[in-house]
Every structure is written in C-alpha cells, then in structure tokens.
Write a protein that binds this ligand. Structure first.
Ligand SMILES: Nc1ncnc2c1ncn2[C@@H]1O[C@H](COP(=O)(O)OP(=O)(O)OP(=O)(O)O)[C@@H](O)[C@H]1O
Ligand SMILES: [Mg+2]
Length: 221
C-alpha cells in the first residue's frame, strides 16, 4: 500500500466556532492508482490534500506513506520526505515569478542538493515529453494559464515522486488545455506514478480509476 489515511480530522476555528473542515476521513491508495476526489467548494478538499502532503498538521488521525508515519517526523524530516516521495501541485498559480520555466522545474531538486547537470538534462527531457521545450527560458508572466499549470506538473515530477497530488489541476482552463493537462497526468500515471487529484470537473474524473466524493468534511467512496 502506498498511502494510508486513517480517521483524519482537521478542526478550524472561525470567530467563536470550531468546526471540522475534514471529519474522520479514511482511505487508502495502492501504487500506480489514480484517484479523484470531487466535492463542492468549501467541502474540505484542499485541507485534506495539504495534510496528505505534510503541509498541515491534523487535529487527529494518521497518514502513512510507504510505511512512514508523516507526523512522527519533525518539520525538517517532513520537508525532506515530501521532496523525495510526493509531487505536489497546489491550487492556483504556484510558480515563482522571478524564475524561468526550467528553473521553476529544477527548484525542488536544488533544495535536495543533488547533482546539477543531471537535473538540467532531466528537466529538459520533461519539457520535451510535455512538448513545451519552447518554454524553457520563459518567465511565468509570459505564459498562458495552461502553460504555467504544465510547468507546475513538471516541477512536481523532478524528484521522481511515487505519488503526485494535484489540487484542481485544470481549474480556469478551457476544455482543450484541460485535456492536454489530463493527458500529461494520465501518461505520468501509466508510467508508474500514483495520482491523487481534487477536481470540480466531471471531465477530469472520467480519466481516473476511482472517484470519491467529499461533502462537508466527510469522504464518501
Ligand atoms: N486556515 C483556515 N482557518 C479557518 N477556516 C479555514 C481555513 N482554511 C480553510 N478553512 C475553511 O475550511 C473549509 C474547507 O476549506 P478547503 O479550502 O479545504 O475547501 P475546498 O473543498 O478545497 O474548497 P474549494 O473547492 O473552494 O477550493 C471551508 O469552510 C474554509 O472556509
Ligand atoms: Mg480547494
């Protein structure tokens, strides 16, 4: 088993009220699986993904990735673990504006201080595979929304993670760009990387093997 989420809960407080944004969620995922989570705005999808990516500490529950309990690790260990095992594509635009496409893609690799030249040629091969080599030296301000999204996907791939977690990877994109993004993600999945995607989009869900629905913090399969 690649990912195991058990009785996960996250409480937020707004004003006087504390409420569970994620409420007792359990599910698991095998290597190579492609799972979609759908649900209305505010149902807790991003909160759930952020916990699985080790970016947010749960109020309760447990997340195990490849047998490692994420929240038994300290902050530095979680970051290192995330960099090595998880490719995260956050909601919205997430590229650094002052870095070119190739440098945005290589950034997670620099953070792990691995050998630079290997990383450059791998980043270039990813750009080629995604058929966007022409963007290598472009800056985010000069890219379309779909192009930025594709660069963010390649950035998530640079450390060869076992799982890609994507939060609304096709939001704000036209049908054709969405399809291109989903073809790229599907190809990545077929080459052996598990995919966990949150989406509003029924067209995205049809690419996946399993769809789960999130409603008011609860996950129904
Ligand atoms: N830091 C926070 N403090 C308090 N409440 C929060 C915080 N972050 C999110 N929330 C609330 O938690 C609930 C779930 O938010 P979340 O961002 O997980 O929803 P979502 O399903 O991803 O929505 P969307 O589809 O709009 O992205 C919402 O009611 C939101 O207002
Ligand atoms: Mg969200």
């Amino acid at each position: 088993m690649l990912l195991d989420v058990k009785n996960l809960r996250k409480d937020y407080t707004r004003g006087q009220q504390t409420f569970p944004a994620v409420n007792n969620v359990s599910f698991s995922m095998e290597k190579n699986e492609f799972i979609c989570i759908m649900g209305k705005s505010g149902s807790g999808k991003t909160t759930l993904l952020n916990m699985i990516a080790g970016l947010l500490t749960p109020t309760q529950g447990k997340i195990t990735i490849n047998g490692t309990d994420l929240f038994e690790l300290d902050d530095r260990q979680v970051s290192a673990f995330r960099n090595q095992h998880i490719g995260y594509i956050p909601q919205g635009s997430s590229l650094l504006p002052n870095l070119s496409a190739i440098d945005n893609i290589r950034l997670p690799f620099y953070l792990t201080k691995r050998e630079n030249q290997t990383c450059l040629s791998y980043a270039q091969s990813l750009l080629e595979k995604a058929k966007i080599s022409y963007l290598q030296d472009a800056y985010p301000a000069n890219m379309s929304g779909g192009e930025m999204r594709r660069i963010a996907i390649l950035r998530a791939l640079i450390c060869k993670p076992q799982i890609i977690i994507a939060d609304e990877p096709t939001s704000d994109l036209d049908d054709e760009s969405s399809e291109e993004i989903m073809q790229l993600l599907t190809e990545i999945n077929q080459q052996g990387t598990a995919l966990l995607i949150v989406t509003h989009d029924n067209d995205v869900a049809r690419y996946s093997q399993k769809v789960m629905k999130m409603t008011a913090g609860k996950l129904l399969s």
